[in-house]
Write a protein that binds this ligand. Sequence first.
Ligand code: NAP
Length: 330
Amino acid sequence: MKAAYINQTGPPEMIQFADLPEPKPTPTQCLIKVAAVDVNPIDIYIRSGMVQAKLSFPWILGRDFAGTIMEVGPGVKRFKVGDRVWGSNQGADGRSGTFAEFIAVDERWVYYTPQSVTDEEAVAISLVGITSHLGLVRSARVKSGEILFVNGGSGGVGSSVVQMAKILGARVITTAGSDAKVEICRNLGADLAINYKSQDVDPAIKQFAPEGVNIWWETLREPNFERTVPLLSLRGRMVVMAGRDARPQLPIGPFYVKDCALLGFAMFNASPREQRSAAEDINLWMSEGKLKPRIDRVLPLAQAAEAHRLQEESTVRKTGILAGKLVLKP
Ligand SMILES: NC(=O)c1ccc[n+]([C@@H]2O[C@H](COP(=O)([O-])OP(=O)(O)OC[C@H]3O[C@@H](n4cnc5c(N)ncnc54)[C@H](OP(=O)(O)O)[C@@H]3O)[C@@H](O)[C@H]2O)c1
């Protein structure tokens, strides 16, 4: 089968697209013919070596998948040949990556794809959708009527947080780096979308939320708590989930006197049960047409190196050339 993989970490040119042996499913695994995969910033950090991970080469890239089941191991209980499925959280802890024509995935990590949802849409929401759900429901426990702020409302995580927070009844403030992206954020349901390059963000937040923001979801890799803590409400919660090198100062005084809480998480730590619970809500909301994955573009898997280059430029060098997910098709 064709797969996109690396034999050593380094720049996108390290990515090879060539033949590797097809995987054989274990008794609890499904063999899946992959129809779509996507790129996440974590793929860039691991492929480049920015984040040290235990890799066995050839290392197949990719965390997420959508496709059709071709074969099931004798212990698989919930799926059968021909089912359309999606999933995330592969390519870690001994699980193989997804950038291949065929993958073998333990059924714990597999979810049905609703009939009305395409493979491209299912894969585009996978990791960012589960992340958003974990952050909003399990960590921040968002309540109807609360005000939530998230940076980068047209980005991978941001576009999903904006929509899910609205579904859960919050009022949503977000930012974007261009007027076109501000428009995307409004179309996703944001109540207030601010162009962070041309507008003064903090006064706009204060005007919308005079009592402060109940949940501040930080997607930036360099959080600035000196700036953001004063914008929090009494009992405000701050969600942090990016920036492994970040070492910002936390102004404890203004933070504790407002009973605030700091909530960090990484989606890859969530158990299969927690991820499934998120996936079930995601499926429901997608089939109801309430949650629409934000796809920037679709490329052939053979262009995995170009896809990594684009994602790296957009997320790490902050050129913002992408607005949403980059999907690849084998
Ligand atoms: N902890 C976890 O489980 C977890 C899960 C998923 C992702 N992450 C991390 O979360 C981060 C975001 O991921 P992503 O997939 O959403 O990346 P992304 O699609 O590249 O989005 C990044 C967003 O940041 C915005 N942005 C950049 N500079 C900004 C600034 N100065 N002010 C406001 N917004 C700014 C961009 O807005 P414009 O394009 O409009 O400039 C863009 O929307 C990454 O570091 C990723 O590794 C963590």
